[in-house]
Design a protein around this ligand. Structure first.
Ligand SMILES: NC(=O)c1ccc[n+]([C@@H]2O[C@H](COP(=O)([O-])OP(=O)(O)OC[C@H]3O[C@@H](n4cnc5c(N)ncnc54)[C@H](O)[C@@H]3O)[C@@H](O)[C@H]2O)c1
Ligand SMILES: [Fe+2]
Length: 385
């Protein structure tokens, strides 16, 4: 059996953010609390949303104190900003503000609970208010997933929280919001999207619907990530990346991510490495580790993403994928954990705990080659230097 989750409505294309008031009206919503980050306010990007809302007479409030890679303390602060008059949350920003809004509405539905009470395998199916998600990076795909990732400040763990309560009611996917994303963040978020597509495609939980989306996302992201990185204002590349990122989000929402994400979250939590960057640090080594357990799938992914030629046999395409991922990291300036500035002693101190946390998240169990604790520790050793 396949279960497929997606938002109730998605509006996709250039300028769609200007139609938010009309979408709210269609959904019978009128009093949003906007959840965003300080940069969206200071850079003026938020006006793409608030200008048209004001013009249509929509009354809203703004919670803009979200942080990158959100934690439970920020969520608790955000919940206090939800008033009885609000009837929805509009999340505007990268994955961090979107995840913040999702976590806020889950926590707000459960008085007296803490964020850690909803850590997987608990199902966070209830929320207080619906979320409309407007991504400004391409991206986490959070606008279409039933996941939110929140760091527990007590245990320094990046918790995966999953359930219907985290699924946005609506997604507004407007690539014009991504023109201002600087190259470093374009690379990190783009590799995150690529990892979503690849992990969904090789996941043990892949299915006919997730495959269709993963295949399209692998092509779109493979063809356009470098261009978006080198030419930030290339509209065709930005549009393709945004489409690919949302499709990859729908793919992994319904097939799960796997070992890269499982091992990436602990790196983010303990060493404050941005999510996409910690994925990128891991992707070549983990693909090598997993390759032969799903060679036909990896080979097809390599052909779709342009790492291999259409006529390459599986062995050759698989080898080209490994070379291509390493070269992509070079071109996009992805550092190793060591070059990122993490001292070897701290990495060694944490690697056992990180392996335990990776396994506990459940994601490694979806990997085509399911690793042991010792194998995960060895992979952390391998990627460090
Ligand atoms: N819920 C999910 O399904 C899911 C999936 C993957 C990742 N995540 C989570 O998403 C978070 C990362 O999100 P992210 O990678 O989008 O980054 P982010 O939201 O943390 O943003 C990174 C930086 O980019 C800036 N930025 C965002 N949009 C911009 C724009 N249009 N122009 C210029 N600057 C812009 C932000 O202000 C911020 O400084 C992590 O916490 C990660 O764990 C969630
Ligand atoms: Fe991700």
């Amino acid at each position: 059996m396949t279960t497929f989750h997606a938002p109730r409505i998605m509006e996709i294309g250039a300028g769609t953010v200007a139609g938010t008031a009309a979408l709210l009206a269609r959904l019978g919503l009128a009093r949003p609390l906007i959840v965003t980050d300080p940069f969206m306010v200071s850079s003026g990007l938020l006006e793409r949303l608030t200008g048209p809302l004001q013009a249509e007479g929509v009354v809203f409030e703004i919670f803009s104190e979200t942080i990158a890679e959100p934690n439970d303390a920020i969520i608790e602060g955000g919940v206090k900003r939800i008033g009885p008059h609000h009837d929805c949350l509009i999340a505007f920003g990268g994955g961090s503000p979107i995840d913040t809004a999702k976590a806020m509405t889950i926590l707000a539905a459960h008085q007296g609970s803490r964020m850690r009470d909803f850590k997987t395998p608990v199902l966070a199916d209830k929320n207080l208010l619906p979320v409309l998600a407007i991504p400004t990076t391409a991206g986490t795909g959070s606008e279409v997933t039933r996941f939110t990732i929140i760091t527990d400040t007590k245990s320094d763990e990046k918790m995966l929280i999953a359930g219907l309560g985290a699924m946005p009611l609506a997604a507004i996917v407007d690539y014009e919001l991504t023109f201002s994303v600087p190259p470093r963040i374009t690379a990190d978020t783009g590799i995150d999207s690529f990892t979503h597509a690849l992990e969904a495609f090789v996941s043990l939980r892949a299915n006919a619907f997730s495959d269709m989306l993963a295949i399209s996302a692998l092509q779109l992201i493979g063809e356009n990530l470098r261009t978006a990185f080198h030419e930030p204002r290339n509209a065709r590349a930005r549009e393709a990346m945004m489409l690919g990122s949302t499709q990859a989000g729908m793919a992994f929402c319904n097939a799960s991510v796997a070992l890269v994400h499982g091992m990436s979250r602990p790196i983010g939590a303990h060493f404050h490495v941005p999510h996409g960057l910690s994925n990128a640090m891991l992707l070549p080594a983990i693909t090598r580790f997993s390759l032969n357990a799903a060679l036909p799938r990896y080979a097809q992914a390599a052909r779709l993403a342009g790492f291999a030629a259409p006529g390459d046999a599986d062995q050759l395409a698989g080898a080209k994928l490994l070379e291509g991922l390493a070269a992509l990291n070079q071109e996009l300036g992805v550092p190793t954990p060591q070059k990122f500035g993490i001292p070897a002693s701290r990495w060694d101190d944490k690697k056992e705990l990180m392996a335990t946390q990776a396994l506990a998240s459940g994601s490694p169990a979806n990997n085509p080659r399911i690793p042991s604790h010792a194998e995960i520790v060895a992979l952390y050793d391998e990627v460090y230097g």
